[in-house]
Structure formats: structure tokens, C-alpha cells
Design a protein around this ligand. Structure first.
Ligand code: FES
Length: 172
């Protein structure tokens, strides 16, 4: 066990903390900084409940070691609405009733916000259902494309029938 000091800027606030080298960003956020916006579902990269923006990219924070991200900027779902105003994606989720228990919702919303930025930047989906990949070119965010790009975020209540329209409202 080795302790190291790391700096993280979380939802606009700078933090310096001492963590074990095995501490994930998720545990640093939740256990050390009291930021419970990202949730711990599987703790091994399968569910997406822990999704945050790490230097602008969506990541499963349970898989990211804090020591490897010294100096990073982290944005959680809570940080998307720093002034107490809902982020438009949060408002879309409410309008479409895009949750049941709500446990996956912070990760879903962070992932959706990042996904739209990725699509706007022309990032192709990595893999299609037939495994062929989509290649470059204009991105059309139809419901199938949204499902593909959000496939890393699971909802154990299976509220996808409302999640996809919520994301689609923002996408179009
Ligand atoms: Fe990180 Fe499930 S808790 S992916």
C-alpha cells in the first residue's frame, strides 16, 4: 500500500487529497470527497453508473485510477448544473420520465451529454451490430445510433423506452 497526493478539479472546485495508489477516481469522488453523484454499480466497467467527464471525455470512473489522473478536471452529473439550473439534458430526462429507480440516471446523463459532443465532432460509432463499424462521415443520431452510442450505460429497470426519446430530443 502506497499513498500519493493527487489534485483533482471536481465540478469546478479544486481538491488535493492523499490516496492509495489503488484508489479509483470513483472511490476518490464518493469516499474521499463526498460527491455521490456518480454511482457504484458493478465497480468493474460493465454498467456505466459511474460515468463522469474526465478531461472532457466520458469514462467509467471505477476503472480510472486517481493516481493516473493527477491534475485532471472531473465533471459529474451534479456539476452539469452548477448554478442550480437544470442542464438541458437533465430537463429532457424529466420531461420524458426517463428513469424508474434513478440509480443509473447520473451516468446516463453524463454519457448522453458527452455522446452528443462526440457526434457533433464527427466521431463514428466504434462498432455496429454487425461488427463492421460505421466509418467516418456525417452522424445521424437516429434511435438505433443513440442506442449504440449509449450502450455502455445500463438501466436495470429497462427504462430505455423513455431514455432514448429523452436523448433524441436533445440530439435533434
Ligand atoms: Fe463503473 Fe459499473 S460502477 S461501470
Amino acid at each position: 500500500m502506497v499513498d500519493v497526493e493527487v489534485s483533482l478539479r471536481v465540478d469546478g472546485t479544486d481538491h488535493r487529497l492523499t490516496v492509495d495508489t489503488r484508489t479509483s477516481v470513483l472511490d476518490a469522488l464518493r469516499e474521499r470527497l463526498g460527491n455521490t453523484s456518480p454511482k457504484k454499480g458493478c465497480d468493474h466497467g460493465q454498467c456505466g453508473a459511474c460515468t463522469v467527464l474526465l478531461d472532457g471525455r466520458r469514462v467509467n470512473s471505477c476503472l480510472a485510477l486517481a493516481v493516473a489522473h493527477d491534475g485532471a478536471t472531473v465533471v459529474t452529473a451534479a456539476g452539469l448544473a452548477p448554478a442550480g439550473q437544470l442542464h438541458p439534458m437533465q430537463a429532457c430526462f424529466i420531461r420524458h420520465d426517463a428513469f424508474q429507480c434513478g440509480y443509473c440516471t447520473p451516468g446516463q446523463i453524463v454519457s448522453a451529454v458527452a455522446m452528443l459532443a462526440e457526434a457533433a465532432a464527427g466521431w463514428p460509432s466504434a462498432v455496429t451490430a454487425d461488427g463492421a463499424g460505421r466509418g467516418g462521415g456525417a452522424v445521424v443520431l437516429d434511435d438505433d445510433e443513440i442506442r449504440e452510442r449509449m450502450s455502455g450505460n445500463l438501466c436495470r429497470c429497462a427504462a430505455y423506452a423513455n431514455i432514448v426519446p429523452a436523448v433524441a430530443e436533445m440530439a435533434r
